[in-house]
Design a protein around this ligand. Structure first.
Ligand code: FES
Length: 79
């Protein structure tokens, strides 16, 4: 199976406004942790996340989380 690129080995901790976001799953986006269309031609697709309220989130940058788009601590096994 195709492996995602590790964009960083720590999550992006962000305070986000309510709305729709597209999390980069392939790791190739230049706009981490969000999709910039770079997955084209790979087997990856971005993951949409909808926030109903302003929220502080930790979005996975290592792309190995089992709970995308959120960090689940898997990055600690990659360093
Ligand atoms: S950054 Fe990927 S699991 Fe934490």
């Amino acid at each position: 199976m195709e492996k995602p690129k590790i964009a960083d080995i720590k999550p992006a901790v962000l305070e986000l406004e309510p709305g729709d976001y597209f999390w980069c799953a392939c790791g190739l986006s230049k706009n981490q942790p969000f999709c910039d269309g770079s997955h084209k031609g790979t087997g990856f697709a971005p993951k949409k996340v909808t926030l109903d309220q302003k929220q502080r989130v930790a979005l996975c940058n290592c792309k190995h989380t089992a709970n995308p788009p959120f960090c689940d601590g898997s990055h600690s096994g990659l360093a």
